[in-house]
Design a protein around this ligand. Structure first.
Ligand SMILES: Cc1cc2nc3c(=O)[nH]c(=O)nc-3n(C[C@H](O)[C@H](O)[C@H](O)COP(=O)(O)OP(=O)(O)OC[C@H]3O[C@@H](n4cnc5c(N)ncnc54)[C@H](O)[C@@H]3O)c2cc1C
Length: 407
């Protein structure tokens, strides 16, 4: 049994701890924050490939009770309200499970509860500062002066990973995407009466005149939305108080033929806008007995809708590579893990980058917006939904010796 030190208690860290335990090892999670992050963050979507990986961790049923099913999305032009195209969000698993949208906090809570039931300890207030490597193991040293020893350190510590430069100091910095992210949820009691055109479970994505945004309704009647305003050096929307933030967003969507301005006006807690980044490629995901998972290795733009799903896939792939091995075999197992995951993860990052591009172009070149976007989506419509199978139909067979395959 390996003693594994997992750094970071986000989705990647908690999924990895569960997977390592399934692989027969002992995992402890070390989190920099002093308390659990319940209630923190916005919402995300777990796609069907994420559910497939959750199934391996015996957590699919628990996750399928979270949030609400969002199997479809539709694209519109804000200027005219014109419908561009409909997409499936990855179809469904054989048992009918579809993509689901949920708060990050709900998903985090589900993983944390599973970890607790499975006897996985999470230690808070443990910010990784450095690691010490020796022939007989590794020691994680924390900012509070304490340390923990083990056989393997897993960096699940996100976009600004402390472990990544310790694996390779030449690792590049994250790449900025010039889009901000904000959003909110309108309680059903506050949803304005007669709001047109909001179909439960369908994500309505709008290339607005000045901002890309999405809104959808859950079965309880609440409206969930996010917006991606262009990041401008002349503005600092994160510094705005709530009512100024609401006014700023409302004027960004005011000229569009959609209900977005009404939805924003009805929102009580609008998330503070924050910048987005991705992480295309780093020289190595592992060295010796150190390895990266999730955003620490390969963060994708939120426009991929794959960050959480890819983190869960990483967790399963890493656990599978480490099944039943002894400490001497760790470097070989980590090589197999990276070989299995790298090309897929980097392709998803690039796909997310491409998904983000029309959101940016549409705002820079508004005059051409209709023409450009119609052409893009006409060409997309010619392709079949099967073109996205490589993203969504991914299955990691825990019991197979070889790598993952398409479902
Ligand atoms: C706006 C937005 C929308 C998104 N939408 C989607 C979506 O639709 N679908 C989807 O699948 N994904 C989405 N994602 C991405 C998804 O949330 C993440 O990619 C995913 O949860 C994986 O995160 P992670 O666990 O690798 O990193 P994080 O969630 O960043 O967790 C890292 C953890 O490590 C801790 N930590 C950091 N440094 C240290 C240290 N030195 N020592 C100890 N602990 C440390 C942090 O406190 C944190 O708890 C979205 C992300 C954003 C920002």
């Amino acid at each position: 049994m390996l003693k594994c030190l997992v750094i970071g208690s986000g989705i990647a860290g908690l999924a990895t701890a569960n997977s390592l335990q399934k692989a027969g090892h002992h995992a402890t999670v070390f989190e920099a924050y002093s308390v659990p992050s319940d209630g923190v963050g916005g919402f995300l979507t777990v796609a069907v490939n994420g559910f497939d990986a959750l199934d391996t961790l015996e957590l699919k049923e628990a996750a399928a009770n979270l949030g609400f099913s969002t199997p479809q999305m539709s694209m519109y032009l804000g200027s005219s309200g014109k419908h561009l195209i409909d997409f499936d969000y990855g179809g469904s698993l054989p048992d009918g499970t579809t993509a689901r949208t949920m708060t990050r906090s709900e998903l985090y809570g589900m993983f944390r509860e599973a970890a607790s039931h499975r006897g996985i300890r999470i230690e808070y207030g443990k910010q990784l500062a450095t690691v010490k490597e020796a022939p007989d193991g590794v020691t994680a040293v924390f900012a509070d002066g304490t340390s923990a020893g083990g056989d393997l350190v897993v960096g699940a510590d996100g976009l600004h990973s402390a472990l990544r430069p310790l694996i390779d100091p030449s690792s590049p910095a994250p790449r900025n995407i010039p889009l901000l992210n904000t959003g909110g949820i309108v309680d059903s009691g506050l949803v304005p009466a007669g709001l047109p055109d909001v179909e439960p479970g369908r994500m309505k994505m709008v290339f607005g005149k000045r901002c890309f945004y999405c809104y959808m309704q859950d079965p309880e009647g609440r409206i969930w939305w996010f917006a991606n305003p262009l990041q401008r050096s002349s503005e600092d929307p994160a510094a705005l108080d709530h009512s100024a933030r609401k006014a700023w967003l409302t004027q960004l969507v005011a000229g569009d033929r959609t209900p977005m301005a009404t939805i924003i006006t009805a929102t009580d807690g609008i998330i503070r806008p924050y910048t987005t980044s991705d992480f295309p490629s780093i020289p190595s995901w592992h060295r010796g007995n150190l390895v990266l998972v999730g955003d620490a290795a390969h963060a994708a733009s939120p426009s991929s809708g794959q960050g959480a799903s890819m983190a869960i896939e990483d967790a399963v792939a890493l656990g599978r590579s480490l099944r039943g091995i002894s400490p001497a075999d760790i470097p070989g197992a980590l090589s197999r893990y990276e070989k299995e995951r790298r090309s897929r993860a980097e392709s998803v990052v690039e796909w997310g980058r491409r998904n983000a591009a029309p959101k940016i172009r549409g705002q820079f070149k508004r005059v051409f917006e209709d023409l450009v976007l119609k052409a893009v989506f006409r060409s997309l419509a010619r392709k079949t939904a099967d073109n996205f199978d490589w993203v969504y139909r991914h299955h990691i067979d825990w019991d197979a010796a070889e790598t993952a395959r398409a479902r």
